[in-house]
Design a protein around this ligand. Structure first.
Ligand code: ZN
Ligand code: ZN
Length: 249
């Protein structure tokens, strides 16, 4: 992959982020079809956090359903070690895929098989996203589908990888549909409504697992910065106090 090819276009100045995250903008390449090739690992997480296009970075996303992985060909290496009390791995967008011994024996032609797929839908909250019932930012009165995750906006993001992609250490991100009809200006949620960056959440989880923090002290650690964010004036520098990177590292 030509890692730096699309980095300029992909920079998203409206969400300021730690330098360690914005550095990963160099690991993105724009490809046809409203798609991007992004290095697997933290660069993918940062693509959603700050380095991707506004239609992705400025919104919150839910999984439409769980990740699909063809386990004959790939394994998903957890970034976070299994929790001590719950025997499950903690996964996020920074996961790195690996090939099984079976997959490594395949020739180049066998490498075009898609082996990983994750579909995300915009939450549609605090925005002017067009809901499937026709409501803008909120459902029409008595909408029976108001609690359905995928009902609140048409925008979808698909993250996928073929065997060859896994070999090359990249993931494909495709933006499908849009939040609003063509010609309508995007009104994304307020910056403070952005969900915390996955790296920030992982750090806190790591600290709790390692015994450096308890859930309570981890919360206390971020509370002052969150309060500051709430009271910060709408002025230059405000964007740093967004919900995603606050507190900054
Ligand atoms: Zn509705
Ligand atoms: Zn939306």
């Amino acid at each position: 992959m030509s890692a730096s090819a699309g980095s300029k276009a992909a920079l998203q100045p409206s969400v300021l982020a730690p330098h360690s995250s914005t550095l990963n903008a160099t690991k993105i390449a724009r490809v046809p079809g409203n798609s991007w090739l992004v290095s697997a690992g933290p660069a993918l997480s940062d693509f959603f956090g700050c380095n991707g296009p506004a239609q992705i970075v400025l919104y919150n996303w839910n999984k439409v359903r769980g990740v699909w992985i063809d386990r004959v060909y790939v394994v998903r290496n957890p970034k976070v070690m299994p929790r001590l009390s719950i025997k499950t791995n903690v996964h996020d967008l920074a996961d790195v895929l690996g090939l099984t011994p079976f997959a490594t024996k395949l020739g180049p032609l066998g490498g075009t098989r898609t082996v990983y797929r994750l579909q995300l839908c915009c939450t549609g909250k605090l925005s002017n996203c067009l809901r499937l019932c026709g409501g803008i930012g909120a459902c029409v009165i008595d909408c029976p589908e108001t609690n359905l995750l995928w009902h609140c906006c048409s925008a979808r993001v698909v993250v996928s990888a073929t065997i060859n992609d896994v070999k090359s250490g990249i993931m494909r991100v495709t933006l499908v549909e849009n939040h609003v009809p063509l010609g309508t200006e995007l009104q994304p949620p307020p910056l403070l409504s952005l969900r915390p960056d996955t790296a920030l959440k992982s750090t806190l989880v790591h600290d709790c697992i390692a015994g450096r923090e308890t859930p309570i002290t981890a919360l206390l650690k971020i509370t002052p910065a969150l309060k500051l964010a709430q009271s910060a004036p709408l002025a230059a520098g405000f964007a740093l106090y967004n919900g995603r990177y606050n507190p900054s590292f």
